[in-house]
Design a protein around this ligand. Structure first.
Ligand code: MSP
Length: 505
């Protein structure tokens, strides 16, 4: 069986996740569910990035030991992923022993290759980004250097540190980014290439003196230093699948690894991550999938800007995980930011999930029970209808393979639209024996349900159970393959959400 390994970024547990984080995680879950349905052996990884100054300072402010904070927050993140039906295979925490061991060994390995050296650093740092800022990368406010992302003053620092010889990888990175279809969409590779060509590449400080940052993994041969949080965090992608303790498993999954990230952390996942992998003599990832931001009033939704919508609110408004997942994915965008408004989300939810899919299920369920006691036997479907369904299945697969989830969800939904239209035309409720019409529409329901299942797993499994069919690989099943439907229930799946005219918050 072919393997498919998909990862999300590991999140900073300094605050609860919001729908911006859910945007990435649900996307990865949709792809993971789709790949499982297509028969892949999938490993889906998410988790938390628990070390570093940001967490250390958050814990200080809350009068807690950082370990207590990250333990509590790991439960909070897991709770939200569960509420959203995110079906990950492993939740990594960078305080896990096996991960810390991997980071120390990787640091040693790179040091022993002569790619880490000690020298003095002076420059600027943003704690919220956990990032070093060079001239030209920051903005100035009242003559002071500010972080352009967080709009906060940068810290000046001067210290002895360990450097990673990142500058040595410039040519390697340029070749990789030019030649390989490694970053998707391609525009992000071009963005990194432009930066590499224009600004070059400086060596990277990969440690902090312990008196400044004590919450992290010690440099294995120098207890006065703690390893830089990004060096530590990026390695989660290899430690989680057994880089140190299960090489067999590591090889099996690494060869088809797909990282999903937001565009804010593109540089770390290209320049730094690809170089670290090269330094470790590990192949680059198969694909880096980059998406843009979910915005509110044009600004990235984020805790520090204070414009977040909570996951609870979304779940509550859209009647559970399916509605929340669906509105996020129907708005998903790779290269353009996506503005979240209740107006758009309400209308997508109500017109597609409630009025189109939900209504179809209810109406056909009731009708089949009334007309034939719920039993519907195989009949031949009109060629026009079966061709239309097959064509939509085909476009859905194509969209999913291209990672265009918003388009794919729409293709799946369009089969339900077609079925509603067909019902209105053939009016089975007026016929004494509508078995052909019912069978036709049930096959449409089966296909739309299979295709929607990665997006709305809860509702679709209710339907599959109530109508007695299986959710299977859509290219391994064909129309007219079900001999008999036995409809035992006509579930009401989604309550309408009246469309909010102006955004309330
Ligand atoms: N801990 C680092 C990542 C380390 S990965 C080895 C980090 N964490 S984070 O908590 O800040 O999460 C960043 C990710 O959350 C983004 O890259 C993105 O995937 C997601 N998002 C957070 N807010 C978002 C939006 N408003 N819109 C879209 N994605 C958002 O960076």
């Amino acid at each position: 069986m072919d393997t498919f390994y998909i990862t999300t970024p590991i999140y900073y547990p300094n605050a609860e996740p919001h729908i911006g984080h859910a945007y990435t995680t649900v996307f990865a879950d949709v792809i993971a569910r789709y790949k499982r349905m297509m028969g892949y052996d999938v490993f889906f990884l998410t988790g938390n990035d628990e070390h570093g100054l940001k967490i250390q300072q958050t814990a200080e402010r809350q009068n807690k030991h950082p370990k207590q904070l990250v333990d509590e927050m790991a439960d909070v993140f897991k709770k939200y992923w569960k509420i959203l039906d995110v079906n990950y295979d492993h939740f990594i925490r960078t305080t896990d022993d096996y991960h810390e061991k991997t980071v120390r060994e990787a640091f040693n390995y790179i040091y022993n290759k002569g790619l880490i050296y000690k020298a003095k650093y002076s420059g600027l740092y943003c704690v919220d980004c956990e990032k070093y800022y060079a001239l030209g990368e920051y903005i100035e406010v009242n003559g002071k250097p500010y972080c352009p992302l967080h709009n906060k003053p940068l810290e000046y620092m001067e210290e002895e540190t360990y450097y990673f010889k990142l500058s040595e990888f410039r040519e390697y990175l340029i070749d990789l980014l030019k030649d390989k279809d490694i970053v998707y969409p391609r525009i992000y590779a071009d963005e990194v290439l432009a930066k590499l060509e224009k600004e070059g590449l400086r060596d990277l400080s990969v440690a902090r003196p312990v008196e400044r940052v004590w919450w992290g993994i010690q440099v294995p041969f120098d207890e006065k230093y703690v390893i830089y949080v990004w060096f530590d965090a990026l390695l989660n992608y290899i430690s989680a699948i057994g880089y140190i303790n299960n090489l067999e498993k590591f090889k099996q999954y690494w060869r088809n690894v797909h990282h999903v990230i937001g565009k804010d952390i593109l540089w770390f996942h290209t320049a730094i991550w690809f170089s670290l992998l090269k330094a470790l003599d590990i192949d680059p990832p198969r694909k880096l999938i980059v998406h843009s931001f979910l915005t509110q009033k044009g600004m990235k939704m984020s805790k520090s800007i204070g414009n977040v919508i909570t996951i609870d609110k979304l779940i509550d408004r859209y009647g559970g995980p399916d509605g929340a997942r669906y509105v996020l994915m129907r708005n998903f965008n790779m290269d353009k930011d996506s503005e979240f408004t209740y107006e758009i989300a309400d209308s997508i939810y109500t017109s597609e999930l409630a009025d189109t899919y939900g209504n179809l299920i209810r109406r056909v369920g009731v009708l089949a029970q009334k007309k034939s006691g719920g039993k519907v036997y195989r009949r031949t479907i009109d060629v026009k209808i079966s061709e239309a369904i097959n064509e939509k299945v085909h476009s859905y697969i194509e969209s999913m393979e291209n990672l265009e989830v918003a388009k794919a969800a729409n293709e799946a939904m369009s089969i339900a639209r077609l079925a509603n239209q067909y019902l209105n035309e053939v009016k089975p409720w007026e016929k004494s024996d509508p078995s052909k019409e019912l069978y036709t529409v049930l096959e449409a329901i089966r296909m739309t349900t299979i295709l929607l299942s990665p997006f709305t797993p809860r509702a679709t499994s209710i339907v599959a159970k109530a109508f007695n069919f299986n959710i299977v690989n859509p290219i391994k099943t064909s129309l007219e393959s079900v001999e008999r439907y036995n409809i035992t229930n006509a579930p009401i799946l989604f309550k309408k959400q009246p469309v909010e005219k102006k955004d309330e918050e």
